[in-house]
Design a protein around this ligand. Structure first.
Ligand SMILES: NCC(=O)CCC(=O)O
Ligand SMILES: [Mg+2]
Length: 300
């Protein structure tokens, strides 16, 4: 229970609320729905909720302007959570991809991502999220140097207690398919993210990325996806001994749910068995779309 993170997709558009077809059992939530789930999660002993926004395409542009709007949808969602469900911690991505009309994680210069301007925006964005009340900010792209600039910016803005969870080992994965559908970036994404996410065949690079991010001030690190990369979780935990999170991503959860819906396997057992795998591998916490379900099952 206390190592589950409720993973939610929230939407700023009433018409987009409701079930995500490629992610059975998961709905895009408006703010009222978010509060309802967060309350239930808190009641079950789940310590934190992670927010992933679906943003109205009309609010997206090449410069990800909306990512720096202090009155935007995500800061509003954080404020509402903090006011209505003070018992649950809030984890929120620091990332531009929900807000770019091209779907990439950074600002583009032609075909390449401009690392420096992107870093500057990430630092400003992190402060906006911390001002709104986020407990943990999670830089979710793989831009070099982002942890250091975000740490500095948070400290300067009087947020020394806001922690950084780095998506340090993020693989270029087919398992993100349903998520891109859920937040509406699947059709927007031009090209792919293999230039900045890691090659699934690579393991040394993951450890190197973790070492760099810890050195820059990350408090916790994340491995994503989870199940196909349990060796990476285990190596990180063993080598660095830091809080290690795994993300049971959308494609992993969709496989479990669709097998269950088709009667091919028992999805409740699949869920608990995979979560046990994360624990055996040494993970301290798991982000999963099935957090509430798992917690209910664990409570019996
Ligand atoms: N930055 C968050 C994600 O990319 C989520 C991936 C998934 O659930 O597939
Ligand atoms: Mg890196």
């Amino acid at each position: 229970m206390d190592d589950l993170v409720l993973t939610t997709v929230i939407t700023d558009t009433k018409a987009s609320e409701g079930p995500v077809p490629s992610l059975p059992g998961v709905s895009r939530l408006g703010l009222d729905g978010l509060i309802e789930q967060a309350r239930e999660a808190a009641g079950l002993g789940i310590p934190a909720v992670a927010l992933f926004p679906h943003i109205d395409p009309a609010r997206k542009d090449a410069a990800a302007t909306e990512a720096l709007n202090p009155d935007g949808f995500v800061p509003a969602a954080i404020r509402r959570l903090k006011a209505d469900v003070p018992d649950i911690g809030v984890i929120v991505d620091v990332a531009l991809d929900p807000f770019t009309d091209h779907g990439h994680d950074g600002l583009m210069q032609g075909d390449v991502i401009d690392n420096d301007t992107t870093l500057d925006m990430l630092a400003q964005g992190a402060v906006i999220l911390a001002d709104a009340g986020a407990d943990i900010v999670a830089p979710s792209d793989m831009m070099d140097g982002r942890i250091g600039v975000i740490r500095d910016a948070l400290d300067q803005a009087d947020h020394p207690d806001v922690m950084i969870l780095s998506y340090a080992a993020k693989y270029a994965s087919a398992f993100y398919g349903p998520y891109r559908d859920a937040i509406g970036t699947a059709s927007a994404l031009r090209g792919d993210k293999r230039t900045y996410q890691m090659d699934p065949a690579n393991s040394e690079e993951a450890l190197h990325e973790v070492a760099m991010d810890l050195d820059e001030g990350a408090d916790m690190v994340m491995v994503k996806p989870g199940l196909p990369y349990l060796d990476i979780c285990h190596r990180i935990k063993t080598e660095f001994g830091v809080p290690t999170f795994a993300f049971q991503v959308s494609g992993e959860y969709a496989m479990i749910q669709s097998a269950g819906q088709n009667g091919w396997a028992d999805s409740e057992r699949l869920l608990l068995e995979t979560l046990n795998g994360f624990k055996r591998a040494g993970c301290d916490a798991v982000l999963t779309y099935g957090a509430i379900r798992a917690a209910r099952l664990l409570k019996g």
